[in-house]
Design a binder for this molecule. Structure first.
Ligand code: UFG
Length: 339
């Protein structure tokens, strides 16, 4: 298939691109590079052994997007592109709505005009909102606690409405839990700009000496050890889930399919920190801080539906996630090179 990958230079996108090429698909990446460094492209090419077709533009540009669809024959879209920092979304809500909804609307228009019906969307477990019971199942109602989360809820709704109007559409809404890990080569991984918001890249930067200590947000949650529990999923398993979803869509009876991509296992902040200490071979300093606004005690998936319908399962362990993250971070202490 000729697959357009929006946000293909990002963390989950880049790992998915490598797997798509390995499966023999023709990949066309569109990325604005506002949150990704161009040097990731050479790393992808080194892993696949072939040049990557990359177009650097912002998909909110409707004319440019339509031109691309007119020039290229595209069979399917995997839509990763989007802003994703919760705190930033509270400070810049209009940017988040404009960018995240804008890219989706522009892709849907171009797809409609050029007869492309297959799309896999990067949604998030954030759509289960603040009070969802665990393990989280796809049937739960959706809601959000911040503008980033609302953009995911709204994009899911836009896809559902588009599918009512055009039943030929085949769209997968993939609800990711907490993507971590890195390519086992150590050449690709997560490279957040500035101070990491997320736990795993923060721990990795403490381990490599870029940060003094981990601040743990809350030690008094009703969990196994008082720290927050999440369903961490290796980015390689997550990437494989996208390819399984793409295959499944070609035989789907319904226009919209919703699948949780998680392991079904909860891991606490302290448990993840201990696993990372095993991976890097030393103790890592931390302190317990007050809870972070908007955080929930526990989030983990019920992945039964994806396991059954996609023939897919997350297989990498927490130790695999930490070992691979540490290989990436220790070989690339400052992430991807600037030039
Ligand atoms: N945490 C710390 N210290 C840190 C960072 C995080 O203790 O420096 C804790 C959090 O309190 C939480 C856990 O580590 O208990 C995981 O936090 P992350 O920020 O890594 O992940 P979240 O579960 O908060 O958020 C992630 C994504 C969001 C998405 C959400 C729900 O980053 O985009 O999952 O799917 F919305």
């Amino acid at each position: 298939m000729r697959v357009l990958v929006s946000g293909g230079a990002g963390f989950v996108g880049s790992h998915t691109v490598v797997q798509l090429v390995a499966e023999g698909h023709h990949v066309l990446v569109v990325d604005s590079f506002v949150n990704a460094k161009p040097s990731v492209v050479a790393r992808i090419e080194a892993l696949t052994g072939q040049p990557l077709d990359v177009r650097a533009f912002d998909l909110t540009d409707r004319d440019r997007t339509e031109r691309l669809f007119a020039e290229e024959s595209i069979d399917a879209v995997i839509h990763f592109a989007g802003f994703k920092a919760v705190g930033e979304s509270v400070e810049r809500p209009v940017d988040y709505y404009e960018n995240n909804l804008g890219t989706t609307l522009s892709l849907l228009r171009a797809m409609e005009k050029h007869g492309v019906t297959t799309l896999v969307f990067s949604s998030s477990a954030t759509v289960y909102g603040a009070d969802a019971p665990v393990p989280m199942r796809e049937e739960l109602p959706t809601s959000a606690t911040n503008p980033y989360g609302w953009t995911k809820v709204m994009q899911e709704q836009i896809f559902r409405d588009a599918a009512v109007a055009d039943p030929a559409l085949r769209i997968a809404l993939l609800r990711y839990f907490n993507p971590v890990g890195a390519h086992p080569s150590g050449t690709m991984g997560e490279d957040p700009a500035g101070i990491p918001n997320n736990l795993m890249p923060f721990i990795a930067q403490v381990a490599v000496g870029r940060r003094e200590k981990l601040g743990i947000f809350g030690g008094d949650y009703p969990t196994v050890d008082g720290t927050g529990v999440r369903d961490y999923i290796h980015v390689e398993d997550l990437a494989a889930g996208h390819i399984a979803a793409l295959h499944r869509l070609t035989q789907a009876d319904e226009p919209i399919s919703v699948w949780n991509l998680g392991t079904g296992q909860g891991t606490s902040v302290l448990q993840l920190l201990r696993a990372f200490e095993r991976a890097c071979g030393r103790e890592l300093p931390y302190e317990i801080l007050p809870r972070r606004a908007g955080d929930i005690a526990e989030s983990y998936a019920d992945p039964t539906r994806a396991n059954a319908e996609l023939g897919w399962r997350a297989t990498r362990t927490i130790d695999d996630m930490c070992v691979d993250t540490w290989r990436w971070q220790s070989q690339n202490p400052h992430g991807y090179p600037d030039a």
